[in-house]
Design a protein around this ligand. Structure first.
Ligand code: AMP
Length: 209
């Protein structure tokens, strides 16, 4: 199954994706995670995108589209994928339509107040990218990832100023994709307010899986 997870930062797209990957045996492709690994590795791509990401703005369409196009050409995603954080602009969606056929776009419906609460308490594993939360999803041992033993840290773009900017960017550049995909009859709205296990139940019911 070829899916897009669409919604504001902090809606729980990445957290649900980890569960759905297991359920449907498909790959998660998170453009944010790919950019973060490039930053950690200090690669040319990482050097190019670090300041943009830290400020909460979007990486340019050309760079992002090229990255996803290459990833979607690989063998392991031919059976299915979840695009988590892509597309984020109309030009990205138009480009994607030329190199892959998406079956459903899951729209994570969530109020801003909850987004702010989630992003403010989010912690991420530096090694495997798993998301934790200081209240809702604590690791067993403070600062250590339950899944891979990696170090847990606060993303630079989860600071207050960057969070505000990312929400503004979402509203201006990404939210128009909701209507774009609704008109194409691909959109499926899900209530993303509950904790992840409940959202998974809602997702399974909505998709019939
Ligand atoms: P995320 O982990 O999805 O919140 O992404 C973190 C950051 O990576 C974003 O704030 C952007 O700076 C960048 N990014 C991720 N995906 C995209 C995309 N599709 N287009 C442009 N920039 C992106």
């Amino acid at each position: 199954m070829k899916l897009i997870f669409l919604g504001p930062p902090g809606a729980g797209k990445g957290t649900l994706a980890v569960k759905v990957v297991e359920l449907l045996n498909i790959q998660q492709i998170s453009t944010g995670a790919i950019f973060r690994s490039a930053v950690s590795a200090g690669s040319p791509l990482g050097l190019k995108v670090k300041a943009i990401m830290d400020s909460g703005k979007l990486v340019d369409d050309e760079t992002t589209i090229e990255l996803v196009k290459e990833r979607l050409a690989q063998d392991d995603v031919q059976k299915g994928y979840i695009l988590d954080g892509f597309p984020r602009t109309i030009p990205q969606a138009e480009a994607l339509a030329k190199f892959s056929t998406v079956e459903k776009v899951i729209n994570f419906d969530i109020p801003d107040s909850l987004v702010l609460q989630r992003l403010g308490g989010r912690r991420v594993c530096r090694k495997c990218g798993y998301n934790f939360h200081v209240i809702f999803n604590k690791p067993a041992e403070e600062g250590v990832c339950d899944h891979c033993g990696g170090e847990i840290y606060i993303r630079d773009d989860d600071r207050q100023e960057a969070i505000q900017k990312r929400l503004e960017v979402y509203r201006a550049q990404t939210a128009p994709l909701v209507n774009y995909y609704r008109e194409k009859k691909l959109l499926l709205d899900i209530d993303a307010s509950p904790l992840v296990d409940e959202v998974l139940v809602i997702f399974k019911k909505a998709l019939g899986v």
